[in-house]
Design a protein around this ligand. Structure first.
Ligand code: ZN
Length: 434
């Protein structure tokens, strides 16, 4: 990767936020993007990132994640240049992370701004980062700030097995120009803007997006409304879209009743047959193969991954487990669980394993999906029908917009457990102890 950085000061003292020191940072993240997409999968433009130092000490450096480079330094899919507000001092994690020394130390509660230019070239692949059949997916492709915990950056490495991401919620505005014969989606609400001939242009706004994806393709659009949210289904010609739109509407409505409002104005469902990962979730936007099961799974992620964030590298079960429970609950498929032995077939895998531990035993990775979901389902039997819905609703209310941990989940279980219930025995059963 080439870096060509100008060291220009773009640093402002912000007004105090009044927010107490947060465990996760940086705070008040805002991304403003101006980008143009070409038909061959290239996306280029500029990005301005603003953030607040919510720690109690001056902030001298930050890390940017360039997840588009997950194939390694030798095959960079994103290049960044013309940085303002700081200077790059090193790269790490196979060029998916760059350390930026800020132009000046940022005092607590002050706000800084970084500017950069980027150019993304997609590989040919039917994945969250790839171009296939005229469609382009830019999942986790735009540069984002690395999340910090207690002042230290979380720098999970790329991992082919699952999603290593951990992201704070942020405001995103994307001024996007793309070929007029294609449809574009970001999960945000769009306002059309004047465009050059042969192009379309719109401003997409997401007020609280945790992860962000841009998807552009030759799709047919169908829409409906569920729980006050406009659902837009984008699918290639010939895909059975009507049934999937009905599934999206009904599952989104039921999950809103169970877990609370998402607050989304719009929810974009992109159907892409043959998607390598089968599905992928972003705030207000999901990719899915044309499968009811996968679609319902990705709908559930809007609560367990997007509203309640978690560290997908250190604790991959924490979004996939509740999501799979929500999926199987909605599909009335929890009856297939063997509640006595929910981890049959997953060897010695534990829900406390990191993604890298699962990578060493990748055939056990489904433990974080079905194993965790079935272990949760035991609480419905032990505590009474609807117990898990109640736990998950409180989970969403309490950690909405934040980044929760397994410790938080265990604390909630202890709080909600009926008098006399042996939570420690349950935690051993659910493989939630070390
Ligand atoms: Zn999932």
């Amino acid at each position: 990767m080439r870096f060509a950085f100008a060291v220009l000061l773009a640093f402002t003292l912000g007004t105090p936020t009044g927010v107490a020191a947060a465990a996760n940072g940086p705070g008040n993240q805002s991304y403003s993007v101006v980008a143009t997409a070409a038909t061959d999968g290239r996306l280029s433009g500029s990005e301005t990132i603003s953030f607040t130092n919510t720690s109690s000490a001056p902030l001298r450096e930050i890390w940017l994640r360039l997840w588009a480079n997950a194939d390694g330094c030798a095959r960079p899919h994103i290049t960044v240049s013309s940085l303002t507000g700081g200077v790059v001092v090193s790269a790490a994690r196979d060029c998916t992370a760059i350390k930026v020394r800020l132009s000046a130390a940022l005092p607590p509660e002050a706000t800084a701004e970084l500017g950069l230019r980027f150019a993304i070239r997609l590989p040919r692949a039917n994945t969250r980062l790839g171009t296939t059949d005229g469609a382009s997916f830019y999942g986790n492709a735009l540069p984002v700030l690395a999340t910090t915990r207690d002042g230290a950056p979380l720098l999970p490495p790329p991992d082919a097995l699952g999603d290593p991401f951990v992201a704070s919620t942020a405001r995103w505005t994307i001024d996007l120009t793309w070929p007029s014969r294609l449809v574009a989606a970001t999960g945000g609400t769009a306002t059309r803007l004047p465009a050059p001939a042969g192009q379309r242009r719109a401003m997409f706004v997401s007020s609280t997006a945790r992860d962000l994806s841009i998807a552009i393709g030759p799709w047919r659009e169908s829409t409906t409304v569920a729980a006050g949210t406009r659902i837009r289904l984008l699918a290639p010609n010939g895909t059975p879209a009507r049934g999937l739109l009905t599934t999206a509407r009904s599952s989104f409505t039921r999950m809103t009743q169970r877990y609370g409002s998402t607050g989304l104005h719009q929810f974009d469902v992109i159907v892409t047959p043959g998607l390598e990962s089968r599905g992928m979730e972003y705030s207000g936007l999901v990719l899915t193969e044309p499968s009811k099961e996968t679609l319902v799974h990705e709908v559930a992620h809007q609560w367990f991954s997007e509203l309640v964030g978690s560290d997908g590298y250190r604790e991959p079960w924490l979004d996939e487990g509740p999501t799979t429970y929500g999926q199987l609950r909605d599909l009335k498929a929890l009856g297939d669980c063997d509640l006595r032995r929910p981890f049959t077939g997953y060897g010695t895998a534990r829900l406390t394993w990191t993604l890298s531990q699962f990578s060493e035993h990748d055939d056990w990775y489904d433990a974080v999906y079905d194993g965790a979901a079935c272990a949760l389902a035991k609480l419905d039997r032990d505590w009474g029908k609807g117990a898990v819905d109640g736990i998950l609703r409180t989970w969403v209310e309490r950690y909405r917009g934040g980044i929760a941990t397994t410790g938080d989940f265990v604390a909630l279980l202890r709080e909600r457990a009926p008098a006399g219930y042996d939570v420690d025995t349950y935690l051993r059963y659910a493989r939630l102890t070390q």
